[in-house]
Design a protein around this ligand. Structure first.
Ligand SMILES: [Zn+2]
Length: 447
């Protein structure tokens, strides 16, 4: 048999470990995994040598904002950034776009807006908000990968938070379908208003106890209903013990953290540098170390971006006021390098990276064909040089409004090539835009 593509690497990060291998692709899928030097007739044969071959990353936490706030971020720009960063699947968050994805009609609007624009595969989260309980099952049947809720003000009025009773009711409804409910877990009662240029004041205004109180509510609701819950963007490392205890008690709970919490520490943030603002905040270096240990211990399951750009005048107002700036750090294109830069120094491996940034988020979102290099999986692959360093130049970022705290940072580990279902998206001279007739990303449904 003649394969469409064979990719060989001495460091192939396979589902069962890293070793020299040849990945043979037929159509969109991995057809065989053979020895590195195996004779395999193919239309194209790519030998990466010592470059690592990773599964395409799955970023389950991306705010695209289209339709409605396309001037913040859109499918065309976000998915180009993803392709350049080795991310071959994104899961779009249900808020910040207009309408928010809280009904099947809104999901259809979102799909229509995305159609024909996507350079990587895109799946969608639904939203659980007060009053849309009857929409959850239809959204699930329409193929959303799960549901997002807030436990405090989301920052946009059209996506209000659930109270404790609403959280419990949503989890009870979803328990029957095995759909996961992912929660922005901060408790408004523990958060203080803040303004000004001092980052430490901003950090103090959203203390770890705000995350802890909200996660307690999520754990109680998951325990009481048997529903599946997931904590998004965990920042407060003191919550790791509580999450570990819930998992040990067989409560269905998972958690993610983000590259910015693992890479930066509050000590590094200058006054007025609102490009570092996220909610919850980047905390101190001691917290960062504890967060890493929670990840390394397997309590934190995934590392995903929480990519959330907005226009520069909202993100970096001239005042440098942390109260006024939009919270969100856009790192779709940089997440793999940012996390690897720290991880390699801690003795972590590319297998860890593939688990945290591909396999675990794919499992969270129920995307069975994604996140692993193995026979039958989609041929989503990334050639990665784990030793090459580069300095982040915002002008080379593809997402809209590349205001970024990573500007000027030297990161180690560079994405060299990306394939989506066997099709090359990124080559040595950049994105293959000129060589591909139309964007090839598909709109995915759970399964
Ligand atoms: Zn988010």
């Amino acid at each position: 048999m003649r394969y469409d593509l064979v990719v060989r690497s001495r460091r192939a990060v396979l589902a069962d470990g890293t070793r020299p291998a040849a990945i043979a692709v037929s159509g969109p899928a991995i057809a065989a995994v053979e020895d590195y030097g195996a004779p395999l007739p193919a239309s194209r044969d790519v030998d990466l040598g010592d470059l690592a071959l990773l599964p395409g990353l799955v970023d389950s936490h991306v705010h695209v904002n289209e339709p409605g706030r396309t001037e913040w971020e859109g499918f065309a720009t976000a998915t180009r950034a993803a392709a350049a960063g080795g991310v071959t699947t994104i899961c779009d968050m249900p808020l910040n776009s207009l309408p928010p994805t809280t009904s099947v009609a809104a999901l259809e609007e979102k799909r229509a807006a995305a159609a024909g624009q996507c350079w990587v595969d895109v799946a969608f989260w639904g939203g659980a908000v007060p009053g849309n309980a009857d929409a959850l099952r239809p959204l699930h049947e329409a193929g959303v990968v799960g549901f997002k809720c807030f436990l405090l003000d989301s920052g946009v009025p059209e996506f209000p938070p659930l109270d404790a009773a609403g959280l419990r009711a949503a989890l009870a409804t979803l328990a029957a379908t095995d759909a996961v409910l992912i929660a922005h877990a901060e408790d408004a009662a523990e958060i203080k208003a803040v303004s000004g240029r001092d980052f430490w004041s901003f950090v103090a205004s959203r203390p770890p106890v705000a995350e802890r109180r909200a996660i307690e509510k999520v754990i109680a609701a998951a325990a009481g209903t048997g529903g599946r819950a997931h904590i998004v963007h965990l920042s407060a490392a003191e919550c790791v013990a509580m999450i570990a205890a819930a998992k040990a008690a067989d409560i269905q709970l998972t958690a993610e953290t983000c590259p910015h919490y693992l890479y930066f520490a509050a000590e590094q943030v200058p006054d007025g540098a609102t490009e570092f603002k996220s909610c919850p905040p980047i905390r101190d270096a001691v917290n960062r170390e504890a967060l890493w240990r929670g990840l390394e211990a397997g309590v934190i399951d995934c590392v995903v971006s929480d990519h959330s750009p907005c226009p520069p005048e909202m993100k970096a107002p001239g005042s440098g006021d942390f109260g006024a700036a939009w919270g969100g750090i856009a790192s779709l294109q940089l997440g793999l390098s940012a996390v690897w830069t720290v991880a390699r120094g801690r003795g972590r491996t590319l297998d860890d990276m593939a688990r945290w940034m591909a396999a675990a988020p794919a499992a969270l979102a129920g995307l069975a064909a994604k996140g692993r290099l193995a026979v039958g999986q989609d041929a989503d692959m990334v050639a990665f040089d784990p030793d090459e360093s580069f300095v982040v130049d915002p002008a080379r970022l593809y997402h809209r409004h590349p205001v970024t705290p990573y500007a000027g940072r030297e990161l180690t580990g560079r994405v060299r090539q990306t394939w989506l279902r066997g099709m090359p998206l990124l080559g040595d001279d950049g994105l293959m835009e000129g060589k591909i007739e139309a964007p090839v990303g598909q709109l995915l449904k759970r399964g």
